[in-house]
Structure formats: C-alpha cells, structure tokens
Design a protein around this ligand. Structure first.
Ligand code: ATR
Length: 270
C-alpha cells in the first residue's frame, strides 16, 4: 500500500517538498505519495488529527504552523525543544514525536555540499526570529568557536542569547559589527521584500555568505556579499533538500542521496 505524507503550510503552493520527496522515493524504491496541503490559519490541529486518523504516515510543517506543531506533539527531539518549533512529525507508539530537521539540514548542507566545517569557526547570524531560533541547536552542536547574533531589533537577539545560555553565543548590534567572520548567515526575512539587513560590508570579506532562503529571495544578500569580497555566497536550497532528507530518514529509516537531488533541482528549478 502507498504510504502517505504531507506538508502543511499557509501559503504552501510554492513548496518544493513534494518534488524532493518524490525524487527520494524514486532513489530508494519507496512507494509513497507526498502532497502539499494548504491549511487554514486556525486549522493545524484539526488537519493533523484527521491526516493521521486516516492512516497518514508523516507530516512536515512549514510556516506558520511550526509552533502549533510543537504544542501539539506528545514528545520532542532535542532540536525541536531548543527551537520551540517542529517541522517533522513522526507517529510513535502512543503518540506523535516532533522533530526539527532545519538546523541539521543547514549544518549538513554547509559540510557536505559546500565543504565548510563549522568546527572552531567564527559565525555571524543576522536575524533573531523563528528561522534563526530553529537552527541554533545544531549550529552549536557542530562546535563553532563562537556565534554572534545581530538583529535589527537588538533586544530580540539578546533574548535569544539569554534563553540558550551558551558561552559561545553573544548578541551585537548590527551597526557595531566590525571584524570579518568565517561565515555570515542571513536568517532575516528581508530578502522576501528585496531588502538587505543593514550591516557593515567588511564583515563578509573573505568569508562564506549563506542565505537561509533560496532562489530570488536570496539574491539581494548573495549579490551584496559577492560585491564585498565573500569567497562564496550561497542560497539555502541545499538546506531545504538536506532537512527533507533528515525527515525522510526519520520516517523511512533510509537515508536518501540529498546531493543528487540538489543537483537535479539546480539543473531544473521547476
Ligand atoms: P521568521 O520566522 O522567518 O524568522 P520572524 O520571526 O518574523 O520570521 O523574523 C524575521 C526576522 O527578520 C527578524 O529577525 C526581523 O528583524 P526584527 O526582529 O527587527 O523585526 C528580520 N528582518 C525582517 N526584515 C528585515 C529588514 N528589512 N532588515 C533587517 N532585518 C529584517
């Protein structure tokens, strides 16, 4: 029988997840169906309950339901706990386990697809919203030397730092940044409206610039970084594929070849 999976979001029409999981299924010989489902803003719990009651095998969760999913599940993995957000739900004995594979996806993309090791590195993260909170656990788990969080609203960055209580983590006002970083991650939503976070250009010189969103939304930041001497500027398509690979592994117990799928998506984006 075909195993059914779904991604819940609003909006969700643009989601690449059905295509990614279809490619993973083809690679691994799995008989699955994966659909994107538009869920009303007040409808997450209702839809999750119905989907699993009707025999669904796993749910991915995208904006704006990751916090609602965290509240709904009966248990969590470490990363979902740190993030307070869930992007993958796995049915388990007696309930539902909430996982967060976003940060693992980011770390794996950096390491496997871009050859960047976080160990001992000096990292700057721009933004302090849900997207950033979702990836901090795995980033810290990859043994960076330090991580600085800079956000337009400085108090939000400080609140994140206070919450995580890790000596390698600190907050800084964007305008006060000066030294260069090995890695600058854009975790703001500025690119969605074609804007850029306001930061001094010297901080990206010689480093790697990474935007957590992909395609046209990543272009303002990647272009800016390239203009100011970044040695590499990449979007987050690899993160999307790698977080999906983590979810697929959790559901199916088989790790797909994310690199091959990423290549296929880069060659033919639609
Ligand atoms: P998400 O879940 O995508 O992270 P969010 O929680 O609304 O969404 O957070 C958006 C992040 O992008 C915030 O860090 C926001 O900065 P503020 O906390 O100051 O609002 C940041 N952001 C959005 N537009 C920005 C812009 N034009 N310049 C700089 N930062 C921006």
């Amino acid at each position: 029988m075909t195993d059914r999976y779904v991604v819940f979001g609003n909006p969700v029409g643009h989601s690449l997840s059905p295509r990614i999981h279809e490619l993973f299924a083809r690679q691994t010989g799995a008989d699955i169906e994966y659909q994107a489902q538009l869920v009303p803003l007040d409808g997450f719990v209702r839809n999750a309950v119905t989907f699993f009651a009707e025999g669904g095998c796993g749910v991915n969760v995208t904006l704006p339901f990751k916090e609602a999913a965290y509240d709904w599940v009966s248990q969590c993995d470490e990363y979902a706990g740190t993030a307070g957000a869930v992007n993958t739900i796995v049915p388990v004995e007696g309930g539902f386990r909430g996982c967060n594979t976003d940060g693992l996806g980011l770390v794996r993309d950096l390491r496997e697809n871009h050859g960047f090791s976080l160990r001992g590195s000096n990292v700057l993260i721009l933004g302090a919203g849900g997207a950033v909170r979702g990836v901090l656990g795995p980033l810290l788990g990859a043994s960076p030397g330090r991580i600085v969080i800079a956000n337009r609203t400085a108090a939000r960055a400080q609140a994140l730092v206070d919450r995580l209580e890790d000596p390698r983590l600190s907050a800084m006002e964007p305008g006060k940044l000066s030294a260069a970083f090995d890695l600058v991650i854009n975790g703001t939503s500025a690119g969605l409206v074609g804007a850029l976070p306001q930061i001094p250009p010297e901080i990206v010189a010689g480093g790697v610039a990474y935007d957590m969103v992909y395609g046209a939304n990543a272009k303002p930041f990647c272009d800016w970084a390239t203009q100011h001497g970044a040695r590499l500027a990449v979007d987050g398509l690899g993160m999307l594929v790698e977080q999906a690979a983590e979810a697929f592994s959790l559901w199916r117990g088989v790790r797909p070849d994310a690199c091959a799928v990423l290549k296929a998506l880069r060659e033919s984006p639609r």
